[in-house]
Design a protein around this ligand. Structure first.
Ligand code: GLP
Length: 240
């Protein structure tokens, strides 16, 4: 585990963007796992401003997003993670839209418990080369809430009350926050060859501390699944 400290979110976001750009320069067919949320937003903005200088091409890059809400109200479709990614990254780069993958379309109503087809799709693409991750205040990664099994695959998830609370900041009313999502599983995430986890601000300190000092997987803190990953870089403005 490599913990990189930056004095600001901006500096950390630039580093994250540089690692992604570097990865694509080394491998134009990079398979990239992507995260949403307020944490990676600046990093994506930095990538798109670089792209304007034609520094890197996403033409042959494949992306797999970590998760997506289900059960959004029609007027809240701009809260979908697909919308977030289009707005912050995909609409500004030369990615082939057919290379963009989400575990589910946010408007899907016919839900199943198991979405492990997504894990197979990732494996068929050769596995994820670089996975970008944020972290929830309760230690969730993607939407793997406390209680998630180490071997879990992509599946339908009931969001924890604390996650609904945390994500209500993006909605008019807390009752509009979806209660379910489809998320890559813990097993899917830890199979990524390289993981870059971004964590900024004091609200992430407890979860990050659990990960940094973990000696085994603790289901109460899903982020601890990364404790012995072979190539984990943590980018943070929290001092340890
Ligand atoms: C969300 C997402 C996660 C994200 C986390 C933190 O609910 N499902 O992928 O990492 O919670 O979000 P934020 O970056 O906005 O703090």
């Amino acid at each position: 585990m490599n913990v990189l400290y930056f004095k600001s979110k901006e500096d950390g976001s630039i580093k994250g963007a540089e690692l992604i750009i570097e990865g694509i320069k080394q491998n134009k067919n990079l398979v990239l796992g992507l995260a949403t949320g307020s944490t990676p937003e600046q990093m994506y903005n930095y990538i798109t401003s670089n792209y304007k200088n034609k520094d890197v091409s996403f033409k042959d890059v494949k992306t797999f997003n970590l998760d997506e809400y289900v059960g959004l109200k029609n007027e809240d479709e701009n809260q979908s993670y697909r919308y977030f990614m289009d707005k912050n990254l995909f609409n500004h780069i030369d990615i082939n839209k057919e290379n963009i993958n989400f575990p589910i379309n946010f408007s899907e109503t016919n839900l199943k418990p198991d979405y492990s087809y997504y894990d197979e799709l990732i494996a068929k693409a050769g596995g994820i080369d670089i996975q970008i991750l944020g972290i929830g205040n309760n230690g969730h990664i993607a939407f793997n809430e406390p209680g998630s099994k180490i071997g879990s695959k992509t599946r339908l998830i009931d969001l924890a009350e604390s996650t609904i609370q945390a994500n209500s900041r993006f909605f008019k009313d807390i009752n509009d926050v979806p209660k379910k999502a489809v998320s890559m599983g813990i097993d899917t995430i830890i199979k990524a060859k390289k993981i870059i986890l971004l964590a900024f601000g004091d609200s992430k300190k407890e979860a990050l501390t659990k990960l940094i000092y973990a000696k085994s997987y603790d289901e109460n803190w899903p982020c601890t699944a990364l404790w012995n990953h072979k190539d984990l870089t943590i980018i943070t403005d929290i001092e340890f």
